[in-house]
Design a protein around this ligand. Structure first.
Ligand code: IPM
Ligand code: MG
Length: 361
């Protein structure tokens, strides 16, 4: 039976359009193989949307996303838009998309591939076998808490304010996702907070602890975020699933990503209670190499695999993409970010062609 899907593509800025083109081509090949009928819609977000419409998340974009089965996002942002007022910044568009679709759970896997052990800046014995899933809360915490703003006091001095706030229900729902994620993995969950200093973190720790009896098969631990950052580079193999708030998750997921050698390899899924999820690389728009055909498209391609697995329930198609990525790496094909001596340096497009060649062979 043919399955029909509507997928919204958000290429965004910088290297976004280049890696999205590769990912869309890979998805088309997979669609043919698995008899999936996919209708693609492309919409504007970030700097590209600002240039075209004056806003980073036009209403039509959010509407198109809402009507689709899943959203594939590349990356947003660039020097050009860095000095605009905050409501017009590309990042505001991304945050608006997360909030608008209710995407409270962000899954960021960091798994080291044996082929890329030498690309890590850490010793092989430290990173070998690393397989971590960071579950980051994505629509709350200090990113969205009120009050926020730059306020001028009576003396004329300005004060910048953000508020880190979590309600019990927000903690519980991300906690449940994290426990369930851990159940499908190594059955170890580490909750990261700053409960020694922050009240919001104390509540976080209390609620996560209260959820634990519902998941007797999971070994729960807690770490303060500073210690967690240190442990991630000291002995990352101690971690299986990590759950944490928005800001800590932003920071720790970059650190976890780099264990694997390049942030250019890592996909992510952002999911809500219902409705379409957003699948995107963990990396940003890399404006320094944009338009030069140097970008690594593999995180975007692996985001397609995550989309097939989590949103479209096509695990075999997801497996095939992940296998193709391993095969091109086995052949020695590399983009600049994961290059090592003796390997073959490819551009973004050529890496896409290599994947398609493997998929069609
Ligand atoms: C990420 C990014 C975003 C974030 C930025 C671009 C708003 O760093 O997805 O990790 O801080 O969440
Ligand atoms: Mg980040």
């Amino acid at each position: 039976m043919t399955q029909h899907y509507q997928i919204t593509l958000l290429p965004g800025d910088g290297i976004g359009p280049e890696i999205m083109a590769v990912a869309a081509d890979v998805l088309k090949v997979i669609a043919q193989k698995f008899n999936l009928q996919i209708e693609f819609k492309t919409a504007l977000i970030g700097g590209a949307a600002i240039d075209a419409t004056g806003e980073p998340l036009p209403k039509e974009t959010l509407e198109t996303c809402r009507q689709s089965d899943a959203v594939l996002l590349a990356a947003i942002g660039g020097y050009k838009w860095d000095n605009l007022p905050r409501h017009q910044r590309p990042e505001t568009g991304l945050l608006g998309l997360r909030a608008g679709l209710g995407l409270f759970a962000n899954l960021r896997p960091a798994k080291i591939l044996p082929q890329l052990i030498d690309a890590s800046s850490l010793k092989p014995e430290v990173v070998e076998g690393v397989d971590i899933m960071v579950v980051r809360e994505l629509t709350g915490g200090i990113y969205f808490g009120q009050p926020k703003g730059i306020f001028t006091s009576e003396t004329g001095e300005k004060r910048g304010v953000n508020t880190m706030v979590y309600s019990e229900s927000e903690i519980d729902r991300i906690g449940k996702v994290a426990f369930e994620t851990a159940q499908k993995r190594g059955k170890k969950l580490c909750s990261v907070d700053k409960a020694n200093v922050l009240e919001v973190s104390q509540l976080w720790r209390d609620r996560i602890t209260q959820l634990a009896p519902e998941y007797p098969d999971i070994e729960l631990s807690h770490l303060y975020v500073d210690n967690a950052a240190m442990q991630l580079v000291r002995w990352p193999k101690q971690f299986d699933t990590i759950v944490t708030g928005n800001l800590f998750g932003d920071i720790l997921s970059d650190a976890a990503a780099m264990l694997t050698g390049s942030i250019g390899m890592l996909p992510s899924a952002s999911l809500g209670a219902s409705g379409p999820g957003v699948f995107e690389p963990v990396h940003g728009s890399a404006p320094d190499i944009a338009g030069q055909d140097k970008a690594n498209p593999l995180a975007q391609v692996l985001s397609v695999a995550m989309m097939l697995r989590y949103a479209l329930d096509q695990p075999a198609a997801a497996d095939m993409i992940e296998q193709a990525v391993l095969q091109v790496l086995d052949r020695g094909d590399r983009t600049g970010d994961i290059m090592s001596p003796g390997m073959k340096l490819l551009g973004c497009r050529a890496m896409g062609d290599a994947l398609i060649e493997v998929l069609e062979s």
